[in-house]
Design a protein. Structure first.
Length: 273
């Protein structure tokens, strides 16, 4: 049974709005998941919210009641909101009437389990939530076993990361760790480090990406740090045939990941165990 919220001054409304702030999210260990597709993807990956807020007046399809029922079956607290209340809580221009509050998943390198022939992506100091979210979306599509976020500039639990990833934050393991710890973890497992660098001599299509591989991408403005450049086993570039001297980091990551999967025969992602 859902609790009805009709007042804009309800404390739960205020708490949900505060979760847009990184400091508040981190202090409580929570994140926001807004939108039907995003929440469904979380549920499909056994990631269950603690609270679900919904406004039937804003629903855009016919599948919302089934999603609400799935949440209820998992013991999620349900709150039915008046349209105006929901719109205050929403961070989207066109809300679809579904907003969840969930605990932040916090996998670590110590708990990360990948297969022997792993395909990973390392994202260093990515500045824009949209870029990080798109990298996660591409990682899911390309069958990546994990995304390692190093020296983050943007919060991986930013609502706009969740939105840009279309919920794939919950379908691919995403681990945040410092560069030195990540390098040690990768070296211990004998994973080839492939650095994407516009000034590299080798083309990305000339490299053997069928081995256990981590593709490393960095900020568009500054590129990869010296630590990753020096640690790389292979440095590759994507040919630039026009006047632009670099690609969007998410676009570059997507091209490299699909080249790796092309070489590997586009096999479905296999998980360890």
């Amino acid at each position: 049974m859902a609790t009805r919220i009709t007042s804009l001054t309800n404390p739960r409304v205020k708490d949900a709005v505060k979760l847009r702030q990184r400091s508040h999210r981190d202090a409580l260990g929570l994140l926001l998941i807004e939108g039907y597709r995003e929440i469904k993807r979380a549920l499909d990956n056994q990631f269950f919210p603690v609270e679900l807020y919904f406004a039937p007046e804003l629903f855009q399809g016919e599948n919302e009641p089934a999603l609400i029922a799935r949440c209820e079956a998992q013991g999620v607290q349900l709150f039915e909101c008046a349209a105006g209340v929901f719109q205050k809580m929403s961070y989207r221009d066109r809300p679809d009437g579904l907003l969840a509050v969930a605990k932040q998943p916090r996998p670590t390198l110590a708990t990360l389990d990948v297969p022997a022939n792993a395909l990973l992506i390392v994202a260093e100091s990515i500045e824009k939530p949209g870029n990080l979210g798109t990298i996660l979306r591409s990682a899911d599509a390309a069958g990546v076993h994990a995304v390692l976020v190093c020296d983050r500039c943007t919060d991986i639990y930013n609502p706009n990361v969740v939105r840009a990833s279309i919920g794939t934050l919950f379908s691919v393991p995403v681990v945040e760790a410092p560069t030195d710890e990540t390098l040690q973890w990768l070296h211990t497992r004998g994973i080839q480090l492939v650095a994407a660098m516009p000034a590299a001599e080798a083309l990305y299509t000339d490299m053997d990406l069928t081995r256990p591989t981590a593709i490393i991408v960095g900020t568009e403005q500054y590129g990869l740090s010296e630590a990753w450049q020096q640690a790389a086993d292979v440095r590759v570039r994507i040919p630039m045939l026009g006047q632009a001297d670099s690609l969007n980091v998410a676009s570059a990551a997507t091209i490299l990941l699909y080249e790796a999967q092309r070489q590997r025969g586009f096999k479905t992602r296999s998980l360890p165990g």
